[in-house]
Design a protein around this ligand. Structure first.
Ligand code: MN
Length: 310
């Protein structure tokens, strides 16, 4: 069976507020054990196939187009690991369906499905803006139930998502971009992305969730978004060398073709939903096979990029 059947499972879960609330308790456990087992920055070691999915923003049909490509056998056997790059909610018409589908997948295959935090899921440490998820919950379950379900999403889900995924020699995956505040100041990838070895520093996490690449030899420039920074080529070159990765994989920015490359092919952006309020008419996701020696050449030649069209 292909993975799109998890959408039906999600529809069943959200059909009543009581079933959703009880399932949110399960998600809390699932996500907490994933953080306990893999850390806030997931470290991968298996040379298998990795699928990266960019922003979905509540667009269920585009999520379906991605999930149709994969069978449960892939996740069960561990031959494929799926990494979702955040921004599941906000703006689209099916935010709840999208995030619950992903949580159902995570609950079933906790070691093969990884959910990263987007700026719209950063509600614990970072202000989400704009953020119309509470409105969707209230319009569906009315004010009292809708508000309490939103609180459960914050405490049980959004605060428990991974911040990034790292595979030495291969990739670093995160929602927004590479932080500039910790550039050249840290030894480990975790410290670089969190700003400290213990508690995450807000300003650094904001950068991870909000930054965008810019084709510049400046290290950093101010971002027109009003949050985060624009990171230039020197930052990417330092990260590639210091943390020994070939590719930085991120979402966050709509792109006309669903993807784009920056910084001499070292940064790939994936945007996996189509349609308003964004302008792109094609979406994209990425599949790389870490067991293939020249996997990075295949990325550069765009053979690893999968398109979503209607
Ligand atoms: Mn975003």
């Amino acid at each position: 069976m292909d993975l799109s059947r998890y959408i039906d499972r999600a529809l069943n879960v959200i059909s009543s507020s009581s079933s959703l609330k009880s399932r949110l308790e399960d998600y809390r456990e699932v996500l907490a054990s994933s953080i306990a087992r893999y850390g806030d920055v997931v470290t991968f070691k298996d040379e298998v196939r990795y699928v990266f999915v960019g922003d979905i923003h509540g667009n269920l049909e585009d999520l379906r187009s991605v999930l149709r490509n994969y069978d449960e056998e892939h996740l069960k056997s561990g031959n494929i690991k799926m990494v979702f790059l955040g921004d599941y909610i906000d703006r689209g018409e099916n935010q709840l369906e999208v995030i619950v589908t992903l949580l159902e997948l995570k609950a079933e295959y906790p070691d093969s499905v990884f959910l990263l935090k987007g700026n719209h899921e950063g509600v614990d440490i970072v202000e989400p803006s704009p953020h119309d998820f509470p409105d969707e919950l209230i319009s569906r379950y009315l004010i009292s139930e809708g508000s309490s379900i939103y609180e459960l999403f914050v405490s049980n889900v959004f605060t428990r998502l991974h911040l990034a995924a790292y595979f030495k020699n291969f990739f670093l995956a995160l929602h927004g971009g590479l932080p500039t505040a910790t550039y050249k100041k840290t030894q480990s990838v975790r410290e670089y992305l969190l700003g400290s070895t213990s508690r995450p520093l807000r300003d650094v996490v904001v950068e991870v969730l909000w930054n965008d690449p810019i084709e510049s030899n400046d290290e950093a420039q101010e971002s027109p978004r009003g949050a985060g920074m624009l990171f230039g080529r020197p930052i990417t070159e330092w990260v590639v060398k210091t943390f020994d990765v070939k590719l930085v994989i991120r979402g966050h920015e709509a792109c006309a073709k669903g993807y784009k490359l920056n910084h001499n092919g070292r940064v790939i952006t994936l945007f996996s939903r189509i349609g308003p309020p964004y302008y792109n008419t094609v979406g994209a996701f990425l599949e790389i096979d870490a067991s293939v020696k020249d996997w990075y050449r295949l990325v550069r030649e765009l053979q690893s990029v999968k398109l979503i069209k209607r």
